[in-house]
Design a protein around this ligand. Structure first.
Ligand code: TA6
Length: 304
């Protein structure tokens, strides 16, 4: 499979496929400008992005599974076609089935003259018997990852069924930070959120100023189309996350107890990661009519 992928898509010195962890095929991209990225076909899962002259942007769990029936922990899982799990459907996989599906490679291309997106890869996923048994819609998903001095991902969902489809999504990005207690998140000042940790309250809570971290945080910000900035005071680094097609943003750090409960997450993992997720979640779940396409995109860049 890897040989055939390389015959079809490899570009000398820029793009090649190899066996990754667990023998799962991954695409390795290296731009002339000095950026690099890795994308597993399993879940179309970006597991690494390094900007030119920069450090790794994404956090990966050293305890992650790399198996066909398990999601990879860290990087950028694609949670689709639902975020979390519908309350009445405990039988369904958490965060949908896209992140544990085998995606196909559609294209790998060089974009001459574009420093932001020197190399792009497009992967696709379509409905099959298994997906139809979980979610009764024929669909086409196209996922384009563009790598240069920033990392951009774009997810295009086309509803090929004859019924409207309600779709929840998260571009569930795990960012690498030096020390979570020296991180501040700005861009959500004045925004309201669903506190996923407070089942007793259905009221939205309000963020005033910057978000800091000293305990578990699991929030779905609503009415947030804003660019979010993650400021890492130790590395003196700012990560800017901008998006389109999304009016909700998730901010998550599991802290100590939840880290210990997750088998594929190191007990101390919470100290060096933070999720800021571009989502269609809560009241931002999208209803896509037959034949329509919804586009969700996220761009991450580093300011040193
Ligand atoms: O995005 C935050 C969240 O919904 C958390 O509640 C936590 O469950 C996280 O996703 C990871 O979910 P996972 O199924 O990947 O363990």
């Amino acid at each position: 499979m890897i040989q055939s992928l390389n015959e079809r898509f490899a570009m000398e010195g820029l793009a090649n496929f190899e066996a990754g962890e667990g023998g799962l095929p991954k695409l390795c991209l290296s731009t002339l400008g000095g950026a690099s990225a890795e994308i597993y076909l399993h879940g179309a899962h970006v597991t690494s992005f390094r900007p030119p002259q920069g450090t790794e942007l994404l956090w990966m769990s050293r305890a992650s599974d790399f198996a066909k029936d398990r999601p990879i922990r860290g990087g950028i899982p694609i949670c689709w076609p639902w975020f979390g799990k519908p309350a009445e459907r405990d039988d369904l996989p958490q965060h949908g089935f896209a992140r544990t599906s085998a995606w196909q490679v559609e294209a790998v291309s060089q974009n001459e003259g574009s420093a932001e997106a020197e190399l792009s890869a497009t992967l696709s996923l379509q409905h099959n018997e298994d997906s139809l048994s979980l979610w009764p819609h024929e669909f086409d998903l196209q996922y384009q990852v563009s790598v240069g001095n920033q990392l951009s991902v774009e997810l295009r969902f086309t509803n090929n069924s004859d019924q409207p489809a309600s779709v929840g999504t998260a571009i569930h990005t795990y960012f690498d930070v030096a020390n979570i207690e020296s991180v501040q998140v700005s861009g959500l000042d004045g925004r309201r959120y669903v506190d996923q940790l407070d089942a007793s309250s259905s009221d939205l809570k309000l963020t005033e100023g910057e978000i800091t971290f000293g305990e578990e945080v699991d929030r779905i910000y609503v009415d947030s189309e804003d660019e979010v900035t993650i400021r890492d005071a130790v590395l003196n680094k700012r990560i800017l996350v901008s998006k389109s097609g999304s009016r909700s943003t998730v901010v998550w750090n599991p802290w100590i107890a939840k880290s210990q409960r997750m088998a594929d997450f190191p007990d101390d993992g919470y100290q060096t990661m933070l999720c800021v997720e571009t989502t269609n979640a809560a009241d931002d779940v999208r209803r896509v009519m037959p034949g329509e396409t919804h586009v969700l995109s996220q761009t991450c860049r580093v300011d040193l």
